[in-house]
Design a protein around this ligand. Sequence first.
Ligand SMILES: [Zn+2]
Ligand SMILES: [Zn+2]
Length: 189
Amino acid sequence: MVVTVDQIREGGLSLDETLSESFLTHALADVKDTGFRPDGPALLRVKLQKTASGVLLRGSTEVTVHSPCRRCLSDVHLTVPVSFTLNLVSRAALTDVEDEDGGDDEQAERAGSFDLERADEELFDGKSIDLDPLVREQVLLALPMHAVCREDCKGLCGSCGKNLNEGECGCARSQVDPRLAALKNIKLN
Ligand SMILES: [Zn+2]
Ligand SMILES: [Zn+2]
């Protein structure tokens, strides 16, 4: 979705946008396959406010995704909160500030109480903002590295492939580290 700076009024512009399942699928798989897939669409809430140098963009959504457990491959569902603040700086404004020097303090004040210095900066053309690539990147940043069904997931047996969370398979564990062999007879419940 593209928003033009002209659409942003004095009090800011609030938008609710549905992130379709296909948008999220592409976000999660296109550049690099994260292994995650969306469970469905998500609602993105964004607020845009003009600043002296461009636009302050705040957004939040919750994306529900699934992925095979990294150890046992069972399906893991998780809800990933995505929340971001981006300071979109117009390339033109950037040049102005360098040329004029001074007057910066007044401009900074007009940006409100928010500390712009601490928001991630992105450059844009000063006229329109394409939210899609920005949102895609923020969704990727919010994802965990990988999913596990539970912290103590035992994974699959290397010999027969049985899910060891469901019980022992009886295979000889030739790959057991000898240092751990002594633990083999302890019953885990
Ligand atoms: Zn697992
Ligand atoms: Zn086995």
